[in-house]
Write a protein that binds this ligand. Sequence first.
Ligand SMILES: NC(=O)C1=CN([C@@H]2O[C@H](COP(=O)(O)OP(=O)(O)OC[C@H]3O[C@@H](n4cnc5c(N)ncnc54)[C@H](O)[C@@H]3O)[C@@H](O)[C@H]2O)C=CC1
Ligand SMILES: Nc1nc(=O)c2c([nH]1)NC[C@@H]1CN(c3ccc(C(=O)N[C@@H](CCC(=O)O)C(=O)O)cc3)CN21
Length: 287
Amino acid sequence: MTTTNPLRKTTLSYEVFPPKTQVGEDNLFQVLQDLKDLEADSISVTYSTKNNNVADTTTKIAEHVQNNLCIPAIAHLPAIYLTKQDVSNIVTRLDESGINKILALRGDRLPDMEPVNDFTYASDLVTYIKKIAPHFEITGACYPEIHPEAASAVDDIKNLKKKVDAGCDELITQLFFDNDIFLDFQEKCRIAGIDVPIIPGIMPITNQRQAMRLVSMNETKLPRKFKAILNKYEHNPEALREAGLAYAIDQIVDLVTQDVPGIHLYIMNRSETAKYIHNATKWLFRE
Ligand SMILES: NC(=O)C1=CN([C@@H]2O[C@H](COP(=O)(O)OP(=O)(O)OC[C@H]3O[C@@H](n4cnc5c(N)ncnc54)[C@H](O)[C@@H]3O)[C@@H](O)[C@H]2O)C=CC1
Ligand SMILES: Nc1nc(=O)c2c([nH]1)NC[C@@H]1CN(c3ccc(C(=O)N[C@@H](CCC(=O)O)C(=O)O)cc3)CN21
């Protein structure tokens, strides 16, 4: 079984996504093997709202992480297109596989698909999971730059408080490139009475196209230093990767010195990214 290292004071988790091709899947299994040596406290596996075959994707990968690698797995569960029965089936399967950690999400809307409406907000899903499987540990997502659909920052934080009160044990943030925005958000959450750990999600930018898709979808603010890297190394992938990793490492050093409870790394299925960051920051995670 898994054990916690008493010398560690800050948790480190990695996020991977189920690939669309067999080649991608073979690669992911190799990536997971590489992650085994990188002191992961957990590995989370995403679930795309476009995908309706969760058993063969998220669940299969999470089971491998939990039972073959013996690293606690977190299964993402966006419920916008799921019925209560779907959620109940997924939770039962996870439970049978020894997985009891879920990232409970509403998830992204698809332009051409009507929501099912069994779960309107992630808070409805949190309430439901707590009811059917109270022993599950539930993580919620949060958005330091305000959710694009929220009417205001105040509304968004009030909604986040409802989600936490429904039963979140911790929160993971959306990616951001300006630590001051995170620290300010964390303080506002504390003032609002949200007192669960808030784990910053950091995405090292090593590939411009992929990064820009997420940045535009989420309306992420790009600081001057970050924009300069993207502009200067637009046509130089090796330099972009080095500078992108340096930027992420700088964010992590700053956050850990501000005593964040953990770091969640969006590694986009690249073990070189995880190895590079782990090697550059591993002592920061120890007492
Ligand atoms: N780490 C990851 O893998 C993922 C992160 N995310 C991000 O996490 C963020 C938050 O997460 P979700 O779980 O998707 O949505 P959510 O249900 O927490 O929030 C969605 C919108 O509904 C509002 N809302 C939430 N609860 C409400 C309530 N009870 N009453 C009225 N309004 C309410 C929120 O203010 C927000 O505008 C999203 O911005 C998303 O981009 C989403 C998917 C995956
Ligand atoms: N709005 C939002 N939705 C998310 O699902 C999400 C966030 N934000 N922010 C943080 C992470 C990043 N996530 C990701 C990012 C990329 C892929 C992915 O599958 N990328 C593939 C296919 C992209 C596609 O065509 O849809 C890739 O090759 O980039 C999955 C999850 C999940 N998370």
